[in-house]
Design a protein around this ligand. Structure first.
Ligand code: ZN
Length: 120
């Protein structure tokens, strides 16, 4: 069992970026730059987002990436919730990044950073 604590949300910056894009202040290739690996991770490890892509309105995926020195070579990899559960049980609290990815246009955004910690 694990829970998320210390959430750092980037929703406000996301709204600003989307607004600036629609106002023509940000070029599309500056925000729709998901590479092959990120799109593949979204395909295989992600879950459908409740929100449509803010650029092309396609269905997006949300991918969770784990980060911690204690994870060794497993840091900065995409993981499912079940895998995060196992990793937290093994090494203790880790940082999890929630990234939304549009496989159609390449929009990607770090939505929030949270700490996944064992529930005691
Ligand atoms: Zn899109």
């Amino acid at each position: 069992m694990f829970g998320y604590t210390h959430e750092l949300s980037h929703e406000w910056e996301r709204r600003t970026t989307v607004r600036d894009f629609h106002a023509g202040l940000v070029p599309i290739d500056a925000i729709c730059d998901a590479d092959f690996l990120l799109k593949a991770a979204a395909e295989h490890h992600g879950a459908d987002s409740e929100r449509p892509c803010p650029v092309c309105e396609s269905t997006m995926r949300v991918v969770t990436w784990v980060h911690s020195e204690r994870l060794g070579r497993r840091t900065n990899t995409a993981r499912s919730e079940e895998e995060i559960d196992r990793l937290v049980a093994e090494v203790g609290p880790i940082t999890v990044h929630f990234v939304e990815v549009c496989r159609h246009c390449g929009w990607n955004y770090l939505l929030k950073e949270v700490t996944a910690a064992p529930v005691v």
